[in-house]
Design a protein around this ligand. Structure first.
Ligand SMILES: NC(=O)c1ccc[n+]([C@@H]2O[C@H](COP(=O)([O-])OP(=O)(O)OC[C@H]3O[C@@H](n4cnc5c(N)ncnc54)[C@H](OP(=O)(O)O)[C@@H]3O)[C@@H](O)[C@H]2O)c1
Length: 314
């Protein structure tokens, strides 16, 4: 089968399709014929640096998510031809991922999907919508009456979160650090140019923090009493809160939580597709590439110029 397989630091220009054997099925694992996959910042990090880490199995086929059809169900309850998605749980890190025509995946990280959306639309859903869903509903307990601040909204996750929150009926305030990108946030009720200091100008009941540690202290001060901030993204490139003093820096009656997408469940996948169907939402994406052009897709990912999810169709 055709796949991308890497064992050392691999800039986008060195990404190439190679021939490797179709994986052999084993108990508890499902062979999936990959139809399409979304791309993620973490795959760029894998190619450009993390590949050298001891905990990465090498050589590795990158790709932390996919949609496709069951090609061999092994000893599981899946059936051949069933439409499925898989994400996270070590995919593309501890075992081979989705940049391939077939992926052998642990059954507990493969989920049935019922949807008539075309593959490339479906592929925009798994990681991005699961993360948006978990952040908004599990962590932020989002309700229609909420005013939601989305900080760093010009990313795949931000566009999905705007779509979901607007469908729910919330007021959405979305920010970008680039004036030229304000028009991309037209679906929000307010689009704000973020200079790093929003406190005093924004009052929200819930906040989805996608810039991360760089701005979360300020985001906490944008909350009304009872407000919740969910720290989900790292776009600002600052990963930890140095010298964080929770007593002084989390305002009284404001709550800070975080979301990690490593634990998807069938129930959550079902909830997401029900919500999309119920609200007649088309999953949002930035650009499609054919698998033959995986190098261009990686170049686009590394360049950060695509507005929204990059999807590769096999
Ligand atoms: N917690 C989890 O489990 C989880 C799961 C998935 C993703 N994430 C994180 O969520 C974030 C969004 O993921 P994604 O896949 O949606 O990203 P993405 O679509 O790849 O977004 C990348 C884009 O974000 C934009 N961006 C917006 N605000 C930015 C800022 N303040 N600084 C730098 N760039 C900014 C950049 O464009 P401009 O600079 O041109 O605006 C860049 O092109 C990432 O940090 C990702 O690691 C977390």
């Amino acid at each position: 089968m055709k796949a991308v397989s890497i064992d050392k630091i691999t800039p986008a220009e060195n990404v190439a399709l190679t021939e490797i054997p179709v994986p052999e099925v084993r108990p508890g694992w499902v062979l999936v014929k990959v139809k399409a996959f979304g791309m993620n910042h973490s795959e760029q990090i894998l190619r450009l640096s993390e590949i050298e880490a001891d905990y990465i199995s090498k050589p590795i086929v990158p790709g932390i998510e996919c949609v496709g059809e069951v090609a061999d169900a092994s000893d599981t309850n899946f059936t051949v031809g069933q439409k499925v998605t898989a994400l996270m749980g070590g995919m593309g890190r501890s075992f081979n991922g989705s940049y391939a025509e077939y992926a052998l995946l642990p059954a507990h990280h493969v989920f049935a999907i019922e949807s008539e959306l075309p593959w490339e639309r479906l592929a925009a859903v798994p990681e991005t919508y699961f993360t948006a869903w978990g952040s908004l509903f599990e962590c932020l307990q989002l309700k229609p009456a909420d005013t939601l601040l989305i900080r760093g909204a010009t990313c795949a996750l931000g566009y999905a979160a705007i779509q979901i929150a607007k469908a729910l009926g919330c007021k959405v305030i979305a920010t970008t650090h680039k004036e030229s990108k304000l028009p991309l946030l037209a679906d929000a009720d307010e689009a704000i140019l973020d200079d790093g200091q929003l406190a005093g100008n924004v009052n929200a009941t819930k906040a989805l923090e996608l810039v991360g540690a760089k701005t979360v202290r300020d985001t906490l001060r944008c909350m009304v009493k009872g407000g919740i901030v969910c720290h989900t993204g790292l776009l600002g490139g600052v990963y930890t809160l140095d010298s964080f003093d929770p007593i002084k820096e989390i305002p009284n009656e404001v709550y800070l939580t975080g979301f990690f997408s490593n634990y998807p469940t069938q129930q959550k996948v079902d909830e997401i597709f029900s919500f999309l169907n119920e609200h007649k939402l088309q999953p949002v994406y930035g650009e499609f590439f054919d698998f033959e052009h995986i190098r261009d897709a990686c170049t686009a990912l590394d360049g950060g110029k695509v507005n929204g999810k990059i999807v590769v169709k096999i």
